[in-house]
Design a binder for this molecule. Structure first.
Ligand SMILES: O=C(O)C1=N[C@H](C(=O)O)C[C@H](O)C1
Length: 292
């Protein structure tokens, strides 16, 4: 297994000032705080970072900050990269050589153009051949419009450059059970649906990439430890508590509620998000604060 691809990884939000600029100091503080609280690593430029709305310069700033913090803290750095264009994704992966600290790239299943599963296999096979960093597949059908089977994941897991999957299929379905019943060697299954973290850990996931873990980071870490060590009473109780938190945080499009809670708790100077996202409603913030 690629070192560091276990435990809790936090896909960092991009802090923004009230007038819409990114806030590098707040990002560095947040990155250090979640690592202080036991996270194994950071994910830079995930969906949660509102990456789609960042300029190239802003993306580089975010990466520089996360790479510096991960270097100083000896933490795992996973970098979101990729699109629904295979050759453009290969270029984006090659560009990561500028950040040698990157442990892995998080690459989505190609979205919107909905290739056949053979096309998904061809896409990742091409990337595996050309990427300078190991690849974690981001399997999130509700965002991509593309489901892939356990057989396809198993096929891709056999490629040495494909080291894991961020598994976010909206539940524990038959393919998830089939995959984890006989997990591929040297391949990390990481939970990517916050509310399903606990059941996925229970059936063998190595950890998770979870925006919710900006809050109660220590409890998320304790949850992963409890499942790993077989402390079932702690695992069940903590799992249910954190699932309630995640459900409240995802009541409106991510990361609006997380930013609002971090702001309310004094960890962010502003809860600002960029269009097309809208700020969290007062009701969603109130509900989330009850669990945070
Ligand atoms: O950015 C991420 O990585 C995550 N994004 C997901 C989403 O916004 O749907 C949620 C998950 O917690 C991690």
């Amino acid at each position: 297994m690629t070192p560091g691809l276990h435990g809790i990884h936090v896909p960092l939000i991009t802090p923004m000032t009230a007038d819409g600029a990114i806030d590098p100091d707040a990002l560095a503080a947040l990155a250090n705080r979640v690592l202080d609280d036991g996270a194994t690593g950071l994910v830079a430029l995930g969906t949660t970072a509102e990456t789609a709305t960042l300029t190239d310069t802003e993306r580089h700033t975010v990466l520089d900050i996360c790479a510096d913090v991960c270097r100083d803290r000896a933490a795992t750095l996973t970098v979101g990269a990729g699109s629904n264009d295979t050759h453009a994704t290969a270029d984006a992966l090659r560009a990561l050589t500028r950040w040698p600290r990157a442990t892995a790239a998080l690459v989505p299943v190609p979205y919107f153009n909905r290739p056949a599963e053979a096309g998904v296999i061809a896409h990742f096979t091409h990337l595996a051949k050309h990427s300078p960093v190991p690849i974690v597949i981001y399997n999130v059908p509700y965002r991509t419009g593309q489901t892939i089977t356990a057989a396809t994941l198993r096929h891709l897991a056999a490629l040495p450059a494909i080291v894991g999957v961020k598994h976010a299929v909206g539940g524990i379905d038959q393919d998830t059970i089939t995959l984890l019943a006989d997990p591929p060697a040297d391949f990390a299954v990481l939970a990517g649906d916050d509310a399903y973290l606990s059941p996925l850990l229970a059936i063998g996931a190595a950890g998770g990439i979870l925006a919710s873990a900006h809050l109660r980071t220590r409890d998320f870490v304790d949850l992963a430890t409890a499942w790993r060590t077989g402390d079932l009473p702690t695992a069940r109780a903590t799992g249910h508590r954190l699932a309630a938190l995640s459900t409240a945080l995802f009541a409106e499009p991510n990361p609006a509620v997380i930013k609002a809670v971090l702001h309310a708790q004094g960890h962010l100077p502003s809860p600002a998000v960029r269009l097309p996202l809208l700020p969290a409603s007062p009701a969603a913030l109130r509900a989330a604060l009850q669990h945070a």
